[in-house]
Design a protein around this ligand. Structure first.
Ligand SMILES: CC(C)(COP(=O)(O)OP(=O)(O)OC[C@H]1O[C@@H](n2cnc3c(N)ncnc32)[C@H](O)[C@@H]1OP(=O)(O)O)[C@@H](O)C(=O)NCCC(=O)NCCS
Length: 175
């Protein structure tokens, strides 16, 4: 399994994972994220199949935000979600972002467990954060050199790239 940066040809695969998993589906968001945060959009690939993805961006001068994390059902419980989180934390740290944050549904105990295992702490609850009225838990952690210890077995270790704008999204098969 390899973790690499998203490329436009991955778009259909990302959408199909995203449609299955998230109820508030919006494909345009992913195009925007690619155009605005090219180096914070990572995919996990195994034998040519996109098994999952993570999207992170720079929220402010100190903080990276994880917008989305998803792993295909048949690839769950194999450590892929954890590796994707470690990979985005590494990118945040390399971009001198001292904190990482995210929001997660209060009902999403599985994801919260993963985030806590990686080092996130639950900080506060945003009432009715989601479109369907569910509350969101805001979780944060401090990035540290330890973030560099992970994801050492993939190509991301070789490049330190700023989170910055990507090229305009071009995919003839897209929406
Ligand atoms: C949350 C999510 C991303 C986790 O992905 P995942 O790839 O299954 O995550 P991991 O495999 O790293 O961790 C899941 C569990 O498998 C265990 N695990 C990891 N590698 C394993 C292995 N080789 N063998 C057995 N178990 C393993 C982990 O210890 C973890 O256990 P835990 O529940 O005690 O924390 C995935 O369930 C998902 O896509 N959920 C829907 C979308 C979602 O909720 N996203 C987050 C929104 S904020």
């Amino acid at each position: 399994m390899n973790i690499r940066r998203f490329v436009p040809d991955d778009f259909e695969h990302i959408l199909s994972i995203e449609q299955t998993i998230f109820s508030d589906h919006n494909p345009l968001v992913y195009i925007n994220f690619y155009e605005l945060n090219m180096n914070g959009f990572l995919v996990a690939e195994e034998n040519g199949v996109i098994a999952g993805f993570v999207v992170g961006y720079q929220l402010n001068e100190n903080e990276g935000r994880i917008f989305s994390l998803a792993v295909k059902d048949e690839y769950k419980n194999r450590g892929i979600g954890t590796r994707l989180i470690h990979a985005i934390l590494k990118i945040f740290y390399e971009n001198s972002l001292q904190y990482a944050s995210l929001e997660v549904r209060v009902s999403n105990v599985r994801a919260q467990k993963l985030y806590k295992r990686v080092g996130f702490l639950s900080c506060w609850v945003e009432k009715k954060y989601y479109f369907d009225g569910e509350d969101g838990v805001i979780m944060k952690m401090r990035t540290s050199p330890q973030c560099l210890l992970y994801a050492l077995d993939n190509s991301l270790q070789k490049q330190v790239l700023p989170i910055r704008n990507g090229p305009a999204f071009k995919n003839p098969n897209s929406i």
